[in-house]
Design a protein around this ligand. Structure first.
Ligand SMILES: *Cc1c(COP(=O)(O)O)cnc(C)c1O
Length: 358
């Protein structure tokens, strides 16, 4: 038998979550964001599973778009970071990729390019995240320049939120107000919302939503949220117990002896480590399910293995099923034990983990 470390991916859950994103803004479009190999879920598999219901896809860069086109995906694909060099424009135009433009320098490059089929551009404004985007003061002029170019078919107006996962803050409302002020008078499609924007901000739901993390069934919010409650987790990360031992009080578990038993303890060693993508930052006490019963990891996570406490799970033995996150254990909850967010848990899953689609 092979090593049991497995990410089981429910394409049905991803379809459900995409439909949920659509249902909050049914008359508008939604690009399924499948950058970074669909947040670790497999970009081609996810794109194929959504092909008959999605309006299009979003990826970070042309390499990710090429992978999808070569797999036969025909729907529009938006390059969220735009192009990095002029030589990408030929493929972008030929393969009907949509392309973010985030700087005035990129407009110069498009203006100088020989392009056969005009490109649909998503002009990004920096409305406060200060990562990518044209400054508000330059935005109207950038729009007019692009709109006048024969190389450009259409311009969509776009920005990105820095703090939509924190609905108690005023930041998102301020970003929307600035965006609306700057774009006044322009007749064009608009795209503002990531998952958190789509889920929690009715005023952010414009022509195109850009849901990412919600497709994979994880909530971006730290608190319960109406739409989040209806998400279905897409990835279940699991493995098996490969060794069991009984330790006495005072005996230690794992590298650097960070965990010392304070009572007689039955310890299970599980084939899952940081080289599989289970974070080394997971603290002792991070929940796991062994044979469906709640337990916890103890000691440091090693490269290929970690330890779990089996003291209160007497039927656990070599071969017992261990779930790290998934249907019964929310990735967002596990993330809090690792000082991170579910995004890094999903994207961190490595090649060594067997992917199983259901
Ligand atoms: C990644 C990304 C998204 C999706 O964000 P989620 O928080 O995963 O929903 C949307 N828009 C842009 C520009 C992105 O880079």
């Amino acid at each position: 038998m092979a090593r049991a470390a497995t990410a089981t991916i429910s394409l049905e859950a991803i379809r459900h979550n995409y439909s949920l994103a659509k249902s909050v803004a049914p008359d508008q479009g939604a690009l399924a964001i499948i950058k970074a190999n669909a947040y670790g879920h497999g970009a081609v598999e996810v794109a194929k599973a959504l092909s008959d219901i999605a309006d299009g896809f979003g990826v970070a860069c042309i390499e990710e778009a090429i992978e999808l086109r070569e797999a036969g995906i025909k729907l529009p694909i938006l390059l969220l970071e735009g192009f990095f060099s002029a030589d990408e424009l030929d493929y972008i135009s030929r393969e009907n990729l949509w392309c973010a433009v985030h700087s005035l320098a990129q407009i110069d490059i498009i203006a100088a390019a020989k392009i056969d089929t005009p490109i649909k551009i998503w002009l990004k404004m920096d409305s406060g995240m200060h990562r990518l985007g044209v400054a508000p003061d330059d935005y109207q002029e950038a729009y007019q320049r692009l709109n006048d170019l024969t190389q450009v078919k259409e311009v969509v107006l776009m920005t990105h939120f820095s703090s939509a996962d924190e609905p108690d803050l005023a930041v998102t409302a301020e970003q929307i107000a600035l965006f609306d002020k700057v774009t006044q008078g322009i007749e064009a499609d608009v795209s503002l919302a990531n998952s958190a924007g789509t889920m929690a901000y009715p005023e952010a739901r414009r022509s195109w939503q850009r849901p990412g993390i919600m497709l994979y069934g994880a909530t971006p919010f730290a608190m319960p949220q109406e739409v989040a409650d209806k998400l279905k987790p897409a990835m279940t990360l699991s493995s098996e117990v490969i060794a069991v031992r009984d330790l006495e009080p005072g005996e230690a578990v794992g590298y650097s002896c960070t965990w010392v038993c304070d009572k007689p303890t039955r310890v299970g060693t599980v084939a899952m480590g940081y080289a599989d993508g289970y974070p080394r930052y997971a603290k002792s006490g991070t929940p796991v399910l062994v044979n469906g019963q709640k337990s916890q990891i103890i000691g440091r996570v090693s490269m290929d293995m970690l330890a779990v406490d089996l003291t209160d799970i007497p039927d656990a033995e070599v071969g017992s099923y261990v779930e790290f996150w998934g249907d019964n254990l929310a990735a967002s909850e596990i993330a809090t034990y690792c000082d991170t967010i579910p995004y890094t848990l999903f994207t961190g899953i490595t090649r060594r983990v067997h992917k199983k689609y259901i």
